[in-house]
Design a binder for this molecule. Sequence first.
Ligand SMILES: [Zn+2]
Length: 224
Amino acid sequence: MWSQAASALSQLWLSPRCPLCDRSPARPFCDSCWRQIQSCQTLTGPTRDAHALQVLSWGWYQRPLKGAIAALKYDGHRAIADPLGRALGDWWQQRPIPTRRPPWVVPIPLHGEKQRQRGFNQAALIAAAFCRQTGLLLQAQGLRRQRPTQPQFGLGMAERQQNLADAFVLGDWSRPQRQRPILLLDDIYTTGTTAQAAAAVLRRAGWSVCGMVTVARAQSDQTP
Ligand SMILES: [Zn+2]
């Protein structure tokens, strides 16, 4: 009796807890939080941003999706990248950005120092799950961030552009195939400054950039 209770207790203790509400079981979210995250979906297909780049986002950057992304980035819950990347991939399969050939997927990189501190690049983890879902090819090292940048939070548009100027360089491409377009991938789309800076580097190197996919999109008056 006691051993049964102890075993049940230890299973409860050891079973993964939902990073948003601490309930279990969680895979990686509990059913209730996952349902609430899904209610953040934009249900909007690709749209052109102010810089004429096509952007497809899965959800609005609002609670609880916002909390899920924070738990991935700042609390180290890497498993969160999988359902978010798959959900984005599923949305891409329904409403893709039209391209003549299947694109390479290039995640927005972190600066090396920041990646060492965090232990991973959340965009690369999301991109891996996105590619598992869609079958698109991942070029995880397609871009490199050559210098640290300040968080974009609280910066005006001109300061954002200045902050990211020359931040990105071409990464390691073993067999560059420039006939394929590039699809950028990031966790959050805010003003498009990051996408522009990354796309400019690839375009200068001869690639066409068909657009960007993100898990979340900030409303225009929101700066994460
Ligand atoms: Zn939960």
